[in-house]
Design a protein around this ligand. Structure first.
Ligand code: PEP
Ligand code: MG
Length: 898
């Protein structure tokens, strides 16, 4: 097997199916070359070499691959008709990292590698442009030193050392723009740059192009184990042993005059999913100029350009004059580019994100990849591609990352509140959504406030962690393809980029715009769909889910075999879940109903009562309230099944623990403070999670079960009169022995008899249990003989299987995740290996004695895609999750079948 795969000249050693070995970028470059797209020739060093590098170290690996690399460079030299390091006709190359998936935090690109004191002469000869040659050289030293040699600003508010030299020279020469530098200035910069490199790193800047190349290759491999890359891998759960490939490619120049340029384009809109070719470019510039956002990029299409002008408040004349589209400026190149984007999207059957360069009138495609997109774009693109016949239903469904649907379910600005709000500034709608929060200026301080908006001049890969923590991102510089915009869309964060009117001062932590000053901690709101930045907090409202989203949901339901229910305790939540497509309620936690202010008193009276009679008296007050709750929920669910769980939490949760409130309670109930205090002390538990809760309550205080049963059935009888047929499913929590279940069921059945007799009417009901203690799972066969249904309470089951307290695990889980002791938080993602065994076993044993037993899950895992997949495998009938996760579960359930 090769260590090095060449491509170019419409040929390639590799292809698209070799992503694991060549990385995403390398596989795509090979594929593009193979299908006739003009990519600059080059080669890819495999990810396996990276793994060997990590194991064996630099020297032995470089020795092994050296002959192949040399041969590959020779092939590039032949295709380009240039020679590496030559002083007549030099070949310059770029070096890039490229893992299986695009990964911010990996080594940045190094361009113009091969430039040195000799080859610079060749570049001058070839281009006849001395200025360009020296400018490239100084850029190369800047980039190589920072990326490969690790020369960085010393602190975060320190200037980049090279920028400092540049500023100094500008001051001295009394100029403002880089473009005003003379050739001599640029030459001076090269010498000064080399000087500072030697001073700061202790090593001279390498002049030999081969030393430069090996340094860059090693830096790519090293970057795989950099902090940022590790963080990103953890965030997405990518394994460490994937490694990264290295892509080496001939340079083509976008900065060789007015007939040259560079740009980034998308085959569809990455923000909305709209089927519109779009992108940005700059004339006479290198690739990083577009992404870094130093100059304002121009739009590729005429339509895009006109839309942009409207947002940027640029009139048509000025637009045509100063910011023409590529379509207008270079119609032939535009036509060719349009053709390639079409070809590439059809070939890859997905939205592509492409980079291109025009060198003296010739178009080169530098890379293409499946474009990062927002949740909304993900849905629209998948459904559109399906309608266009480019992909089939199953592929469309598999294109959906269920968790990303979250973005679509979240609030948007309330149009009325928006009308009232003052617009501070206008940027580009880089990543849609609504966010409101307090200003922070540094990514590593994004957690300073509960809701923060990160405001930067521009962002860089170091900021990804903070961008993830912030509620939204604003940049003063940069276009729709700037780092901030691309990352924000990828993580589904609201972002406004390129708000040029913002004057940000990191030192004073202030933001000036239009004579107003905003400080760190001030509230602002941003609208990522329009680019507006607004003053203060702006109210939000629920989004509407129609169009492609509704189509996707329908498609999912056609494939899913499990039913999706919701966990809802109020009619309001039940309605939200119904709108999201829940087909029933899998868990109503009745205790939540008791916490409300107007009820807690009766609840406390019940708890404080010393006699059954006293308890019954207090429960009588609670009965009508509970009945109302259930009635509301039953009506909201319009005949869909509803599972109501009997009281679960320990009683001490309901009594006051502070002296002042204890006093109040004593007065209210006309009992002594001492009595309240002693009852509270009595209820105190060392380990409440394993204490007097669940069916242990109903078994020690049967009157609670009686009251709740009565309330459930009376509510069902009441809605029956209005034509709503509901068959309540009464669920007993925290069962560990069969007898616990049998005795509770007996109380329910007797109470039901009484209710039916009194009301002279009946409803069907069933009595089931939660399986949430390990013992219940183990004796599931015995419980199933008596129970009508099972619902796995995987929150408690996880707690008791691991022996991790749900309430205290926050103290050690983060460390466990960091150290790799656990791969994921088991309270979030079902531990299939351990807890999953109990779920599987419980289901199997249950169905042994009770064929066809209805089984579901109502722990938090019921809305987590990988856990939903597991539930399907185990053969569950339904999953139940919080209302906002219902759409996620619907798609996950469909994917679980495919
Ligand atoms: C569970 O334990 O998984 C469950 C759903 O019940 P609760 O979270 O209310 O304990
Ligand atoms: Mg539980």
């Amino acid at each position: 097997q090769l260590n090095v795969y060449s491509f170019g000249n419409k040929k390639a050693d590799g292809g698209r199916d070799m992503k694991n070995l060549l990385g995403g970028k390398g596989a795509n470059l090979a594929e593009m070359s193979r299908i006739g797209i003009p990519v600059p020739p080059g080669f890819t060093i495999t990810t396996e070499v990276c793994t060997q590098y990590n194991e064996e170290g630099r020297e032995s690996v470089i020795n092994r691959i050296e002959p192949e690399v040399r041969a590959a460079i020779t092939r590039i030299e032949e295709t380009m008709g240039a020679i590496f390091g030559d002083d007549e006709n030099p070949l310059l190359i770029s070096v890039r990292s490229g893992a299986r998936v695009s990964m911010p935090g990996m080594m940045d690109t190094v361009l113009n590698l091969g430039l040195n004191d000799e080859s610079i002469k060749g570049v001058i000869k070839m281009t006849g442009n001395e200025r360009f040659a020296w400018d490239s050289y100084r850029r190369f030293i800047q980039m190589y030193s920072s990326v490969v040699m690790g020369l960085k600003p010393e602190s975060k508010d320190d200037l980049d050392p090279f920028e400092e030299i540049i500023d100094h020279l500008k001051d001295k020469r009394r100029i403002e723009q880089d473009t005003q530098f003379t050739v001599q200035d640029l030459q001076d910069l090269v010498y000064d740059f080399k000087d500072i490199v030697k001073k700061r790193t202790g090593k001279p800047f390498p002049n030999n192009p081969w030393d430069q190349l090996w340094g860059a290759i090693a830096a790519v491999f090293d970057s795989w184990n950099g902090d940022r890359a590790i963080y990103y891998r953890k965030m997405h759960g990518y394994p460490e042993d994937w490694g990264t490939a290295v892509n080496v490619q001939a340079m083509v120049f976008g900065n060789m005059g007015e007939d040259s340029g560079t740009g980034v384009c998308f085959t569809r809109d990455a923000g909305t999913g709209e089927n519109m070719f779009n992108g940005e470019y700059l004339i006479n510039a290198q690739g990083e100029d577009v992404v870094a956002g130093v100059r304002t990029p121009q739009q590729i299409t005429l339509l895009g350009s006109q839309r942009w002008a409207k947002l940027a408040q640029v009139d048509e004349e000025e637009r045509k004059e100063s910011y023409p589209s590529l379509e207008e400026l270079m119609p032939d190149i535009y036509k060719e580019l349009f053709e390639y984007q079409n070809k590439l999207e059809t070939h890859y059957q997905d939205m592509q994100d492409m980079e291109f360069t025009i060198q003296q009138g010739k178009l080169w495609i530098l890379q293409t990849r499946n474009g990062k997109r927002t949740g909304a774009a993900m849905v629209k693109i998948a459904m559109d591609l399906l309608k266009e016949g480019l992909i089939d239903e199953k592929t469309a469904l598999m294109r959906i990352e269920p968790n990303k649907l979250n973005e679509l379910l979240h609030p948007i600005f309330d149009p009325e509140a928006l009308e009232e709000a003052d617009v501070i500034a206008q940027g580009l709608p880089a990543s849609p959504g609504a966010a409101t929060g307090q200003i922070v200026f540094f990514a590593d301080e994004a957690d300073k406030f509960k809701n923060s908006i990160l405001v930067r001049v521009e962002t860089s890969p170091e900021d990804v962690e903070g961008m993830n923590l912030a509620k939204g991102i604003v940049t003063a510089r940069g276009g729709m393809t700037s780092h901030a915009a691309v990352v924000a869309r990828g993580i589904g964060k609201c972002c406004v980029s390129g708000a040029g009117a913002l004057k940000i001062n990191y030192k004073t932590r202030t933001l000036k715009v239009d004579g107003h000053e905003y400080h760190e901690g001030d509230w602002i709101s941003i609208n990522g769909s329009t680019g507006n930045i607004l003053e203060g907090k702006v109210g939000t409202k629920e989004p509407e889910l129609s169009g492609e989203f509704a189509e996707l949901m329908e498609l999912s339901d056609n494939y899913a075999t499990m039913e999706i229910r919701t966990n809802a305790d109020t009619p309001k939540d039940a309605l939200i879940a119904r709108n999201f497509g829940a087909k029933g309620i899998g868990l109503t936690r009745t205790e939540h109903m008791f916490f409300e202010v107007d009820r807690i008193k009766a609840m406390r009276e019940m708890i404080l009562a010393d006699t059954v009679k006293g308890r019954k008296q207090a429960l009588k007050e609670l009965l009508p309230m509970q009945r109302n709750d259930f009635e509301g929920i039953f009506r909201a669910m319009e005949g869909h099944p509803v599972t109501v769980r009997l009281l679960d939490p320990p009683l001490h949760e309901f009594v006051p623990h502070q002296l002042a409130t204890q006093k109040e309670l004593a007065e209210e109930l006309h009992i002594s403070l001492a009595a309240v205090k002693s009852k509270v002390a009595e209820l105190e538990e060392f380990n409440p999670m394993m204490g007097h809760r669940g069916c242990r309550l109903g078994n020690t205080y049967p009157e609670i079960t009686e009251m709740q049963t009565q309330a459930i059935l009376e509510a069902a009888l009441k809605v029956k009169k209005d034509g709503i047929t509901i068959k309540p499913e009464i669920m007993i929590p925290l069962v560990g022995t069969v007898e616990e279940f049998i005795q509770q069921k007996a109380i329910i059945d007797v109470t039901a008899e009484e209710v039916f007799k009194k009301r002279k009417d009946t409803v069907e009901y069933s009595v089931g249990t939660m399986i949430e203690t390990p013992r219940a799972a183990l004796i599931a066969d015995k419980i199933a003989e008596k129970a009508d249904f099972f619902s796995f309470g995987t929150n408690d089951l996880t707690q008791m299987t691991f022996g991790y307290s749900r309430d205290d695990s926050g103290k050690f889980l983060p460390t466990y995740l960091e150290k790799g002791i656990l791969k994921a938080d088991p309270f979030e993602i079902l531990d299939q290996e351990g807890v999953g065994q109990l779920v599987k076993l419980g289901t199997q044993r249950g169905r042994e004695t009770h064929p066809g037993l209805k089984v579901g899950i109502c722990g938090e895992h019921g809305g987590e895609p990988s856990s939903v997949g597991f539930c399907q495998k185990v053969g569950m009938n339904y999953v139940s999750c919080s209302p906002f996760r219902v759409p996620i579960a619907r798609v996950a359930a469909a994917q679980a079948v495919l």
